[in-house]
Design a protein around this ligand. Sequence first.
Ligand code: FES
Ligand SMILES: [Fe+2]
Length: 353
Amino acid sequence: MTAFARNQWYVAAYSHEVGRELLGRTVLGEPLVLYRTEEDGAPVVLHDRCVHRRYPLSEAPTRLDGDRIVCGYHGFTYDTTGACVYVPGQKRVPRTARVASYPVVERDSLVWVWIGDPELADAGTIPRARHLDSPGWVTVRGMEPVDCDYGLLVDNLLDLSHETYLHGGYIGTPEVAETPITTEVDEGAGIVRVSRRMDDAECPPFYARSTGVRGRITRWQDIEYHAPCLYLLHSRIAPVGVEPGPDGSDPNGFHTEITYAITPSAGGRVYDFWAVSRDWATDDAEVSAFLRDSNHTVVMQDVTALNLLQRSLGTERAGYRELSINIDTGGLAARRILARLVEEGDKPVEGVR
Ligand code: FES
Ligand SMILES: [Fe+2]
């Protein structure tokens, strides 16, 4: 199993999922309850177990009373910091009655949470995905839990040659697997970039139907993986012979941002947050519906494959060997960075505590 890097930010939810209904999520094995305050609309993340008898606070009949959360079993009541402010049957609230609260930052329509040492939580280190919440961009999105080690999802996303085989008829064409990649690794920043430029490629249905482009295309796939959680795929297509500008601004080119947040839930389980953003055909609801359905299908093809892969790995003999080739360069770099982040998270940091 890929160990968890604890002192890192992770996406626990989309902004729209956090409201006045209690939302339960598990991140790095920690059960969490999320809600939004009435007072200023800020998201709150608390440990999802009542200190009394461990009732999950995200489950009915637990409810909000203003910005306080009232346990649905015997009524222990917590404020937004996790401090218990009421217990039934006595005046004195025991000093130890509190649940953990976690640093949380809402940015780019994502709710980021920090499970590790709260003193190390620095919102400035959260990677950005501005297209998810910018004027001029339209996004379709979803989340699927996958029953696999989060490392398998990282492998999957860093090697898009699988599109040709697993996602043929949707986003895969023969050229994806045929075209060599270039890989750049910024070890210090923990970023892996994998790029592929297909000069003369078939246009996959995902783009042909949404953009109306017919015939052969130039297709750029530029991955930027900010370990451990945020994965950006800057995707551009243009009819052969047309070069979109670096920001995809050429009117004949189509610039699409595919975002994934890879959030380890528990051992052998990962949340796969996915989003497709575009700055073209922004008022076309049919295009939105098509891209949502199409990408959901693609994600479910990955979910099925990864569930299966996890089950088969579970029956492998100890010490089995993988065989890696050029297409795995990005995935292997990601594994190295994740291993370093895990190790750093395990070490006491100088000057803190
Ligand atoms: S378990 Fe929550 S009040 Fe008893
Ligand atoms: Fe895939």
